[in-house]
Design a protein around this ligand. Sequence first.
Ligand SMILES: [Zn+2]
Length: 250
Amino acid sequence: MSIVEEIKCPHCGAPIQFEPGEIIATCKYCGFTVVIETGQAFNFEHSMLLNKYDPAQIEEPIRDWMRSGFIKPSDLARKSKLIEKNLTYVPFWIVEVEAETTYKGIFERITPAVVKEGRIEKEYDWLVLAREATEFPTREYDVPLEGKIPYDFRKIEGFAKTLNSEIDKDEAVSLAKQQIEEHHRYLAQQDVDRIIEIKNNIKVSQTVYLHAPIWFIKYEYKGKTYQLIIDGSTGTAIKGDIPSTGFGIL
Ligand SMILES: [Zn+2]
């Protein structure tokens, strides 16, 4: 069990609970967001995405996912039992950047090998998970930013859980830069066989703190437990475990 600590909300005076390692916390009574270490208000944009489902309604996108695709067992939707349906508002940082990478490398696929130069220019709303230990497939989550609204605690359902941030803004920006550089290195490697030189210029225009409604589902199929993660604002499956269809040796 984790130790829960408390500070007093600077806005409404209610207790705000947080766990060790959390850096930014939101009051569940008034929505005030505070930097725990200083007790000061969080000064950056805090947004959220709205959840469209209650625990009964979420079954529809779950069954839809189970029925879709060719690699799933054909009786998956019929035979599965849902054993957990939890809605959690997961914190992310969205780092808006313009990224430019120039590189020089050796192209060895022709003889003789030649030196080749290239340039990658992209704009991103780069998503960084604001939790250290939470397992989440961040790169597979196509966050529907068009639905983003200012954070409103009244929109958080009573049955939902809200996680605080364990990563501050500066750390989020440096993680985003690091991940983008890795991604661009990967892209450059599709173009040249050996990189001799690579330079990145990443300009950050804005950083937004965002809570996104994520459904964590556990289901049972033929005696085994599997997980499924669904975006509560669109009903899209972000990632799901698929039981093997049992072809081959039984
Ligand atoms: Zn408060």
